[in-house]
Design a protein around this ligand. Sequence first.
Ligand code: FAD
Length: 401
Amino acid sequence: MQNSTDNPSSRNYDVVVGGGSVAGLAFAAEASKRGLGVLVLEEDKEIGEPEKCDGLVSLQELRRYAMPEKSCIQSRVIKGVVFSPSGRKASLDASHLDVVVIDRSAFDKQLAGNAEAWGAEVRLGARVTGVEERPDGVKVSAGGDVFSCSYYVDATGPTGVMKFNRDGLVPTAKYEVEGDWFTDGVVEVYTDQEKYPGFFAWVIPRGPGIAKVGAAGFGINAAKALEAFLAERDSKIVSKVACTIYVGGPIEQFVSGRTVYVGESAGQVKPTTAGGIPSSVAGGVIAARWVSDSVMLKDPSLVLRYQPDWSGRYGKEYRLMTRLRHIYENLSNSDLDKLVATLERPKVAAKLASGSFDFHASAALSALGVKGLLQLAGVLVSSEAKQALSSLVRPSGSKES
Ligand SMILES: Cc1cc2nc3c(=O)[nH]c(=O)nc-3n(C[C@H](O)[C@H](O)[C@H](O)COP(=O)(O)OP(=O)(O)OC[C@H]3O[C@@H](n4cnc5c(N)ncnc54)[C@H](O)[C@@H]3O)c2cc1C
């Protein structure tokens, strides 16, 4: 790995990647493996630092694209507990969902090492400041350097997606805390539309006595919301990060001219929970396959196959997650109490326990079933959420009775 000042140059590459995190590094490894000359430009001075993500992930999906080394795994999750605003709780058995907490910084470093082992160059402290598309290629500027390439891959995360959908970004605060009020292996989610509008607060233990704790919500001061949450729980704060999460869904076009968007900059993040590690890694790997074919076979049309390929796996689920998000944003606190009561039902909980963490929208609908969904819609206060929920079980175009 080089520092941007070590070796200023203007070399030619097949691809320059802006952003050295999971999506950009997964792209770099796969494209280098397929024989492309790849340069990754990362603005931070160290891969994986500062660590913004909590690393809650199911290996069921991630192992298809990049399996974290054992040393990256901090904890195994056996249970999830969802709290309603009035303190009702639903416990969900996660022991069969292969959910773990990973050290994101270590995982990013693993991916960087992998990309370099295949021949990619990774430059640190190198911020992309300009991308100029020309008929014969792209010029990418970073500080005083200009790099020529056939394709520019935008893997800049929130910075990239902000250009397309600012409204999908939610203010977030994430602290690491020490305490004895949580249990290793048990992830907690706290819903409350007044405290965390459209989102929630969470506790993800990463070992005995230490947890990643966060709060996010539209239009709130997330740090204040998290401080209030922690004020009720005896905690020693170890570190603090203020950031944003993205829930706006995939952008319209993953490829624009010679620029290819991967990971969060393409909106490849769950619209429900903002979890984006597997789908962003997948975005990087799938894009790399088509960009490589496009360069090797000198056929620019091939790169356009990346979007349908990614969408073939995630598109339907993400559209469903977007609809569930819309419903969630319209729920009142008393609706949330009813929702949590529904999740408590043994039949629903049992079905969720054998569902999928990554495709949880489909899993939730199948667990509730048509009857359960209509029953839930019947007791909700919010008429918009009621209608939206009922529409999930009615074929489009059918009339309400
Ligand atoms: C608080 C929080 C908690 C989260 N928890 C989870 C979780 O538990 N599980 C999960 O699956 N997902 C989680 N996510 C989401 C997950 O972190 C993202 O979906 C994932 O990191 C997206 O990867 P990426 O490579 O696309 O972008 P990012 O990880 O955002 O990386 C973008 C990279 O680009 C660099 N960059 C930006 N601009 C430039 C530039 N101009 N030039 C050069 N480099 C640049 C940045 O420094 C960064 O390294 C969480 C996110 C947050 C904010």
